[in-house]
Design a binder for this molecule. Structure first.
Ligand code: ATP
Ligand code: MG
Length: 445
């Protein structure tokens, strides 16, 4: 590999010579690579093209993590890729990619990205430094500098079983250091989502952010305001549903980024005298991560129900004070909280609808007499609402005895169920149903 020079907008990056790591010096095992990805690499190489695995899959293989997918990069242009594979579709308008189909597995094949000439860079960069277009083909020596972190810029040649490293990614891998390629401020300005990716990978890989990569994060969070809410939402899914939500949350807060995703919640977290949300929230995040570790499913709406519980409660109190019924107070508060939030993150309606249900169902748990518990049990959202009740109870925000009652009621046989739902002590004056202490008590806030 020869050395050459490339420019990244205002950034001049001199391309050093690649360091080639033979199989004796790296931990990637061919047996852990998708056979379909290996097939794609082989066919491209047999057709006379260069082809490598790149990005997250190489990094994850090195770390003995299971790659989510296997991305291939090549010097073949999209039309040429299409000629090599029968089951292949070209996708993407801005940057054409090929999808090669093997039954249910899709191998994504991209052409090396190049560096635009100085003139084109000006045309394709927004005034704030954001990249608007990034669609020039290039060579591997150019492709590497388009990538975000050094450990995401390792190329694996399956035929020779070597890792090709231009960006000293292997050193950073050994040091467990997440380091942005190039000048961090320029790279964050080009694409502010890289800030969220920095936190996500630091949490996922248990890497430390390199100081140069970490420092600008504190000040550049407001760049996220320019990112379309749909893209932010996609990133939030990855941030919180990948099994390391707790660490991600802590680091987003640490780097002042959380406020750009969840502004209202961030304000609540900043109130020093409010003890409520932290323990509750940390528990919700920890439970969610634990479920993923146990191979159980997690839903965004459940986690989001916990995220906004505090904001909801404050608004519920206001509504109650204004004379609304508890039910209406919850509906109005939910509308307010969600309307505000979806402006930042375009959370789909089905998710916000489920969040409302989880919240509103909390009002029905204290009604343990007669037919009401049976009806609640049959509600499609019962399970999530019950799990939410357990979480509230665990944090001391709901009646623990009530949580136990519902735990027992679910598994009880028909006779026991009937006994449990009998009105207590008919001779005495009917007691009002016990109220869940989750919402209206100011002591909780
Ligand atoms: P994972 O899929 O496990 O979340 P990944 O590293 O594969 O991690 P992808 O989003 O699938 O992440 O991207 C694949 C590769 O493309 C990355 O490893 C990186 O090299 C490059 N890449 C992705 N997004 C960006 C970006 N915003 N800026 C620069 N390079 C990027
Ligand atoms: Mg990936």
């Amino acid at each position: 590999m020869n050395s050459s020079t490339s420019s990244l907008g205002s950034l001049e990056t001199s391309v050093s010579q690649a360091v080639i790591y033979p199989s004796s010096q790296h931990a990637v095992l061919q047996k852990n690579i998708s056979v379909h990805a290996l097939k794609v690499l082989k066919q491209l190489q047999n057709s006379g093209y260069e082809a490598y695995l790149v990005g997250g899959c190489v990094r994850d293989l090195l770390l003995d993590l299971k790659p989510k997918d296997f991305d291939v990069v090549t010097n073949a242009h999209p039309d040429e890729i299409k000629q090599v594979f029968k089951q292949c579709r070209l996708i993407g308008r801005r940057f054409r990619l090929a999808h090669v189909y093997f039954g249910r597995e899709i191998i994504e094949v991209a052409t090396f990205r190049g560096v635009s000439s100085e003139a084109t860079v000006h045309q394709t960069t927004h005034a704030d430094g954001r990249l608007l277009r990034d669609n020039v083909y290039g060579s591997i020596e150019e492709d590497v500098w388009r990538r975000d972190f050094t450990v995401n810029a390792l190329y694996y040649d399956a035929e020779k079983a070597v890792i090709v490293d231009y960006a000293a990614g292997m050193e950073d891998y050994h040091a467990r250091s997440l380091k942005l390629i190039g000048d961090p401020v320029t790279r964050y300005r080009e694409d502010p989502v890289r800030m969220l990716r920095a936190v996500r990978f630091a949490a996922k890989l248990k890497f430390t952010l390199h100081p140069d990569t970490a420092t600008p994060l504190h000040d550049l969070g407001n760049l996220l305001v320019s990112i379309p809410s749909a893209r932010l939402y996609d990133e939030v899914l990855k941030l919180f549903l990948s099994g390391y939500a707790l660490s991600t949350f802590k680091q987003l807060r640490q780097y002042n980024l959380f406020q750009y995703l969840f502004p209202e919640m961030d304000q609540h977290l900043n109130l020093a005298d409010v003890n409520f949300p932290k323990s509750f929230l940390l528990q919700a995040l920890e439970n969610s991560d634990a479920r993923i570790r146990e191979g159980k499913s997690v839903t965004l709406y459940f986690l989001m129900s916990a995220f906004f519980w505090e904001a909801l409660q404050v608004r519920v109190i206001n509504q109650l004070q204004a004379g609304e019924t508890e039910y209406n107070a919850y509906q109005i508060a939910a509308n307010e909280v969600l309307t505000k939030q979806v402006k930042v993150l375009s959370i789909p309606r089905r998710i916000t609808q489920s969040m409302r249900e989880v919240w509103i169902l909390q009002l029905r748990f204290p009604h343990c007499v007669g037919s009401k518990p049976y009806r609640l049990l049959a509600h499609p959202r019962f399970r999530a609402a019950y799990d939410f009740l357990l979480l509230l109870a665990e944090a001391g925000l709901a009646d623990a005895k009530l949580a136990i009652w519902w735990t027992e009621f679910q598994v009880a046989n028909a006779d026991t169920k009937q006994q449990m739902t009998q009105p207590k002590n008919k001779s005495k004056r009917r007691k009002k149903p016990k109220k869940i202490n989750n919402s209206v008590s100011k002591d909780n806030l």
